[in-house]
Design a protein around this ligand. Structure first.
Ligand SMILES: [Zn+2]
Length: 116
């Protein structure tokens, strides 16, 4: 299964087989009901901006070349929320789709506007 954390293009999330709760950070159990019966799924990559902020001063030297850049919390269509880079100038409530870009020494998802 493709996931950007393994340097391949894709976003993986998890879903509880017992209570249907979905979440982003990999766990061996459901954070809601505690069952270990969880499945990893590939996200579609589309979502809606929940919050957005601009980073003017990058936290490390390799990232400095990218500043200023925007970071957003995105409510994914599958029902989980994740933090990722986003095209600058995007508004809360905007529809976005993930693409994958070189950033620092790896690749990261970056969300760009989806036209309605
Ligand atoms: Zn559960």
């Amino acid at each position: 299964m493709n996931d950007w954390t393994q340097r391949t293009e894709g976003i993986v999330y998890q879903r509880c087989s017992a209570c249907s709760h979905v979440w982003y950070f990999r766990r061996s159990f459901c954070p809601r009901c505690g069952t270990t019966d969880v499945a990893a799924l590939q996200a579609s990559g589309t979502g809606t901006i929940y919050a957005v902020t601009e980073v003017m001063r990058a936290p490390s030297e390799p990232l400095r070349a990218h500043a200023p850049y925007a970071i957003a919390l995105v409510d994914m269509d599958e029902g989980f929320r994740m933090m990722a880079h986003v095209e600058r100038g995007i508004d809360i409530g905007g529809r976005v789709r993930a693409r994958f870009v070189a950033f620092g020494d790896g690749i990261v998802p970056q969300f760009t506007r989806v036209l309605p």
